[in-house]
Design a protein around this ligand. Sequence first.
Ligand SMILES: NC(=O)c1ccc[n+]([C@@H]2O[C@H](COP(=O)([O-])OP(=O)(O)OC[C@H]3O[C@@H](n4cnc5c(N)ncnc54)[C@H](O)[C@@H]3O)[C@@H](O)[C@H]2O)c1
Ligand SMILES: O=P(O)(O)OC[C@H](O)CO
Length: 323
Amino acid sequence: AVLASNGHDCTLWSRRTEQAEEIAEKHTNEQYLPGAVLPDTLKADHNLARAVSGASIIVMAVPTKGIRKVCRDLNSVLEGPVLFAHVSKGIEPDTHKRISEVMEEELDREICQGIVVLSGPSHAEEVIRNQPTTVTVAAKNTEHARRVQDLFMNQSFRVYTNDDVVGVEIGGALKNIIALAAGVTDGLGYGDNAKAALITRGLAEITRLGVAMGANPLTFSGLSGLGDLIVTCTSVHSRNWRAGNMLGKGKSLDEVLDSMGMVVEGVRTTKAAHQLSKECGVPMPITEALYAVLFEGQKPIDRVELLMGRMKKNETEDLAGWS
Ligand SMILES: NC(=O)c1ccc[n+]([C@@H]2O[C@H](COP(=O)([O-])OP(=O)(O)OC[C@H]3O[C@@H](n4cnc5c(N)ncnc54)[C@H](O)[C@@H]3O)[C@@H](O)[C@H]2O)c1
Ligand SMILES: O=P(O)(O)OC[C@H](O)CO
């Protein structure tokens, strides 16, 4: 919608025929964005080959678990090289790959000019209403990031560039873990102090892992780090927060996921980050606590007690050695 309202010739692909038809004919998407009106000029198609025909840029916005398959499907329908941007927030469990790494692995070299990540505090429910939104784009090639910045920028959607692809992708993925945890503490009936603690100490552990993976620590105080962490931990729009909230109120993970009907990226990402923290030897106590709740059947209240009862620490000790 942002691209179409900026005057670009833009086609949305949906794997579901009825969803593509609703968007193309009625300019609505009632299941995902109830009440929203999409630009008249925005086209939609369920046929992937038709949707990407003649495209110079493709924006990937499918949930993380669908990225590999969609890339493979694109290999067989794209003819010339295009620039890719992605907005997906996750890390693949087991391979521990970031989204751009998965895309690099799957997309044929001849069709992929480059990959740009677009990330930041940007709930679709507000973007579609032209409410002020700021995001970050990062790419290995600065010109590619600037191109995507130019395509998306408008009076209500402000785009910054950043050189740190690793940091931007890691911040966007790991904030979902902390948002789930913030939902859990709200569900348990805790207040703002607990949420502020989670945001602050969550950022510390996101930064620790990110730096171990090669990110610039400064990126985590930017839009794709702290910015997205704040929005996801505090917004009623956040699916990750809502899912955590239900867990905190006593629902099981299966019950929660069944009732959501939309992707909750933080669940798979918790698994990936838990594996990564062990592998890299990076302590991630909040992630570990959430992992135990999601995958080991532990009670949220017991994990809160364990978190609060850990041994004494200095708040800034992790910062030593960062340059
Ligand atoms: N919703 C937001 O405000 C928002 C903002 C920024 C980034 N993101 C990220 O964008 C990605 C997609 O999120 P979303 O909110 O659109 O999710 P969603 O669950 O609301 O919708 C995903 C869409 O993708 C389709 N889909 C699901 N699995 C698919 C697959 N395997 N192949 C092809 N299509 C598939 C669904 O049918 C649906 O149309 C996520 O990684 C999310 O973190 C979302
Ligand atoms: O609704 P969530 O929790 O998946 O968050 C969506 C976006 O990542 C917010 O920037």
